[in-house]
Design a protein around this ligand. Structure first.
Ligand code: SF4
Length: 425
């Protein structure tokens, strides 16, 4: 998509490669041929964590708490260790987890080497698919209680694994169509990558903006010379060659700089809707656990006991999502009204919509990493200390949101529709 002249001024914040970036680049280049061994190891660990609780039942290991039995340990490893690590590393170093370690993405790519290698169909490229995938998995997780039910957990993750390898078998050659188009955590990690301090940038860039291409070594179909965004880059290092004149190089940038300059990096309505719904889902999960909250909502909705949990959950999620959406719309309207006539609604909406990204990620950490907080409590960490940790995360996220709003250039007026602001995939 081509950046319009009025979108050009915001800087993506990239800095020229220094000695540390060069060292990282060389390390990535050295590691790349051996990554497959690491990925096989991760696949074996993943299968053990998923299947051990089913095969060994609730075999006791300890007396109580997160190490009481195999199922509890498995749940802790997946929800308490794996997810927090993935989220934290994504904010620091983009989607490096996906490209270097994720067993599902790696298996999908392996299948694409031996599979049918068909071109990616348009239905798979539908820009709403990652959001739909995220919402479906979130609802299934909540409805089945997968975070503390080993069978539900195995079915959920097993189904995702099967879907990933099926997509890999059918579509692309040495590609990860699953990671680019359908992974349920793709939007979460893509937004974290947009916020992150590390990126890969073309050494000899072409100026006409990010493009999709299946004729590239990039497994997520990025036309490498036109790469301007981080959300689809898995940091897999296939394009990194420190001695070559071409390819991509590692660069450091200010945290959040891609969000500040998002007008020139394919803003997407799907991403903004994801940020709203992430806050809605996290609010739903947290409020559902509050004593008496479900009863009160059921009373308001006038529903019977059978529909209780599901209806209450959907009501909270919808209400919270609409509340964030409305607040952003009001801010955008105020921003537009305060500006000179001719300033554009969409640009203001995206400016405030993207600025809530840190808050959305904090909400997802509270929601997805609930098991980690429970484990801390079971290990004897006082409730006050856990609350303080959550408070610090929340305050840091709010401060970051505020800095993103203040640091983002005000949208400029331009005649006619601007396709870049209608959203990329
Ligand atoms: S841009 Fe380079 S590092 Fe990123 S996913 Fe594509 S090939 Fe891998």
């Amino acid at each position: 998509m081509t950046a319009s002249p009025d979108q050009a001024p915001p800087s993506t914040g990239r800095r020229s490669a220094g000695p540390i970036a060069l060292r990282i680049e060389r390390l990535l280049h050295l590691m790349e041929p051996h990554l497959v061994k690491l990925q096989v190891l991760m696949l074996v660990l993943f299968l053990i964590v998923l299947l051990a609780p089913l095969m060994l039942g609730d075999k006791a290991v300890g007396s109580s708490g997160p190490f009481a039995d195999i199922g509890a340990i498995s749940s802790l490893l997946l929800w308490g260790v794996w997810l927090p690590l993935v989220l934290v590393t994504a904010v620091l170093a983009g989607r490096a987890w996906c490209g270097l370690l994720c067993p599902m993405g790696a298996a999908s790519e392996w299948m694409s080497r031996i599979g049918l290698q068909r071109p990616t169909p348009n239905w798979l490229k539908w820009s709403g698919l990652p959001l739909a995938s995220f919402l479906v998995v979130s609802v299934l997780n909540e409805a089945t209680g997968a975070d503390d039910n080993p069978l539900a957990l195995a079915i959920l993750f097993g189904s995702l694994f099967f879907a990933a390898i099926t997509v890999g078998f059918l579509f692309g050659r040495n590609k990860r169509a699953w990671c680019r188009h359908a992974c349920p955590v793709g939007l979460t990690l893509g937004m974290s990558a947009r916020l992150s301090a590390v990126t890969l940038q073309p050494k000899t860039p072409r100026p006409d903006g990010e493009r999709y291409s299946e004729k590239t070594v990039c497994p997520t179909m990025i036309d490498l010379k036109r790469k301007t965004e981080s959300r689809h880059c898995l940091v897999c290092a296939k394009c990194v060659a420190p001695q070559a004149r071409g390819g991509l190089s590692v660069a450091f940038r200010r945290l959040g700089s891609e969000i500040r300059a998002v007008a020139s990096a394919n803003p997407s309505l799907v991403e903004v809707l994801f940020l709203f719904s992430a806050i809605g889902i996290a609010t739903g999960v947290m409020l559902e656990d509050l004593p008496g909250a479900e009863e009160w909502i059921m009373g308001v909705l006038g529903l019977g006991d059978g529909l209780f949990a599901t209806a209450a959950y959907f009501a909270i999620v919808t209400a919270a999502t609409v509340a964030v959406l409305s607040a952003t719309a009001v801010l955008a309207a105020l921003g537009m009204a305060a500006a000179r006539p001719g300033r554009r609604w969409q640009a203001w909406f995206y400016r405030f919509g993207y600025a809530i990204a840190p808050l959305s990620l904090a909400a997802l950490i509270f929601c997805m990493c609930a098991v980690a907080f429970e484990a801390l409590a079971a290990l004897g960490v006082p409730a006050g200390a856990i609350l303080a940790i959550k408070g610090v995360i929340l305050l840091a996220a709010l401060a970051w949101c505020s800095s993103l709003v203040r640091g983002t250039p005000a949208p400029r007026a331009r005649a006619g529709a601007d396709p870049a602001l209608l959203g990329g995939d």
